[in-house]
Structures are given as structure tokens and as C-alpha cells.
Design a protein around this ligand. Sequence first.
Ligand code: NAD
Ligand code: DAU
Length: 341
Amino acid sequence: MRILVTGGAGFIGSNFIRHMLAMHPEHTITNLDKLTYAGNLENLKDVEDLPSYAFIKADICNNTIIDSLEFDAIINFAAESHVDRSILDSSPFLQTNVIGTQSLLEAAKKRSCRMLHVSTDEVYGSIDWGFFTEESPIMPNSPYAASKASSDLLVRAYHETFGMDLTITRCSNNYGPYQFPEKLIPLVISSALQGRQIPVYGDGRNVRDWIHVNDHCRAIDLVFHRARAGDIYNIGGRNEQMNIDIIKSLLAMIAEKTGTDKETLFGLITFVKDRPGHDRRYAIDPTKIETTLGWEHETDFDKGLSETVDWYLANRAWWSRIISGEYLNYYTSQYGEGFGR
Ligand code: NAD
Ligand code: DAU
């Protein structure tokens, strides 16, 4: 199958492409990515020369470019993904997450091809007790979550109206290698290694349900190959953690691994004003994907977190180039000013 993966230069998309190239040599992957601040082709350095992989620099809203491509299926990761940025300016979120998804749906409709849309548990809003199931009401609270919920509704509507082969996945918070250091876990690790303050929003007791990115990628692979048209699958690791507990675990691991004084690192923790509309708790019920597709999460959280710290320690050059802005030059140094190869 010729698969168009959109947003493949970001955190989850790049891990997914690496997974697919390793596990499914029968497919070819074209990675279409606009390379926003979050897109980084250095994430795919080790696979960029494989004959079954190609990159195209383009916007998912650009129908002319998408219409010029040949593919049999779309897996859509492309999105503006950071809640704090959506609070500062929601426009790019609506443009990419809503209009961009509609543009991909139109491209899929023209060629009667399948599309898997990668969504998020944030569409369900916040839950005080119990768990989000696929039947939970859609009640997004941030502009980011509202834009993702809108894209999910469009996918649903295109399936209902045109009978298209469309599926949606809704995953909880991911962590692992190549995550952009604006998100909580890589932000804490990179700040601690630079001796910078670590901002904790509100009382730090908000709960997120963490899953290793590799487990998410395996789940998407399964849904892509096995789900029925119109299916929605929640994906989560049954792993609720309070932010402050994760921050302390990370700092304790970093102290031990680097021989830094633990109290000095704990002294970087700085409680700051809360995120507006900050969701209190996310908790995913992954029973449907476990029972119908036989998926289960494999990565133990403490082990996964420790390996993630090791990865950021071993790949200081990767995140330092992001913090300095040097990573933005990688595309032109590899490909020149054209649009991919
Ligand atoms: P990311 O911000 O790391 O990567 C997003 C990628 O999309 C980047 O490479 C960026 O350049 C690209 N992109 C943005 N706008 C584009 C456009 N208009 N056209 C083409 N490419 C564009 O995001 P991520 O954390 O890897 O998330 C990927 C997807 O998974 C998103 O749809 C997100 O909503 C969803 N998701 C993320 C998480 C998480 O914890 N990170 C959890 C559940 C779902
Ligand atoms: O649940 C899935 C979602 O997880 C994805 O859809 C989003 O794309 C992804 O960004 C993530 O959203 P969150 O808002 O949960 O992730 P973030 O890393 O921004 O924040 C995690 C928690 O940590 C949240 O409660 C806010 C808090 N936080 C975050 C940052 C960046 C802090 O306390 N301080 C910080 O500096």
C-alpha cells in the first residue's frame, strides 16, 4: 500500500514512520509535512534514505499538491498540538486541524481511499471520576481540543454522508523520544539539565494518563490494518499520574543518572499561574481496543520514563539545536529550497 502520512516530521508521526518502515516493508510511506516549528526532519535522519520512504514539504490545506500525489491511504497526524499555544492564538489551530482535515477528507473522497485520523482524549474534556469511553460526550475545553473535536466530527460526517472508510483514534498523553521540549516531560528534562526553572501550573495536581509513544504507534498500526469503517478507538495505558509526581520522579532520576544534587534540582520547581481552562483529569478506558483488536500497552511507566531520560541525556545535541533554533536550517541544508524529493 502507498500510505500518505501527514505530520510525520513531528513527535508521534516520526516514531510512527520508523515503526511502519521496520514492521511493514510491504508498504511505502510518503511523509507530507509543512515543517512548522514542531516539524523536524532530524527526527527521521536514520530512515530518510530508505527507498520505501519519501518526504514532501507541503501544507495539508494545499489541495493542489495533495491532488498531484499518488496514494492508497492517509494517516493524519498533522496538527497544531500544543494547548498553551492555542490559548495565545487559535487561528493556526482552526486552519490546520479543521480546514486541513477537511482538505484531506476531500482528497480521500476523490480517490475512494481510506483515512485514519489521529485524535486525542482531550476532545472529551475533563472527567472527575470514571473513564472516557468511545461513547463519552465530546466536551472540549481548550481551543486546541475544540479544533480536534471539530475535525473528529467532520471525519464522522464524511463517513456517514459519503460512506467513506474512515477511522478515528483518541489517545492519551504520549511520552518518549523526539518529543518537542515545550511539552511537560521533555520540558522538565531539558530545563533540569540546563539548571532552568520548571514551571508547574496551578497546584500541580492535575492528572494525565500517560502512554509510551511506541505503544501508541502499535495501536495505530493495528487500527489502520484491522478496524472497520466508522470505528473509533480510545488508546491509553491505564496510567494516571499527577503532574507534580512525574516532575519529582524525573528530577530524582536525573539526579541519580548525572550525579547532580537532588535538592538543587528540586529547587528548580516553580509554581506558576494556572493554565486558563486547565483540564483537571484525563483517564482513558482502552477496553474496546484491548478486547476487539487484542492490543495492550507494553511499556512499564517507570522503565519508560527512565529510558526517556536516558534518551534526552544521550541526545542533548537534538534538543539543544531546537532550543537554539538551529534545527530550522536542517531542511534547506538537506533538500535546498524545493519541495522535497
Ligand atoms: P507535533 O506538534 O509534534 O507534530 C505535528 C506535526 O504536524 C509537525 O511535524 C508539523 O510540522 C506538522 N504540521 C502542522 N501543521 C501542518 C500543516 N498545516 N500541514 C502539514 N503538516 C503540518 O504533534 P504530536 O504530538 O506528534 O501529535 C501528532 C498528532 O497526534 C496530533 O494530531 C495530535 O493532536 C495527536 N495526539 C497527540 C498526543 C500527544 O500526547 N502528543 C496525544 C494524542 C493525540
Ligand atoms: O491528552 C492528549 C494531549 O496531551 C494531546 O492531545 C496534546 O497534543 C498534548 O500536547 C498533550 O496535552 P497536555 O496539555 O496534557 O500536555 P502538556 O505537556 O502541555 O501538559 C501536561 C500537563 O502538565 C498539563 O496538566 C499542563 C502541565 N504543565 C505543562 C507545561 C508545558 C505544567 O504544569 N507546566 C508546563 O510548563
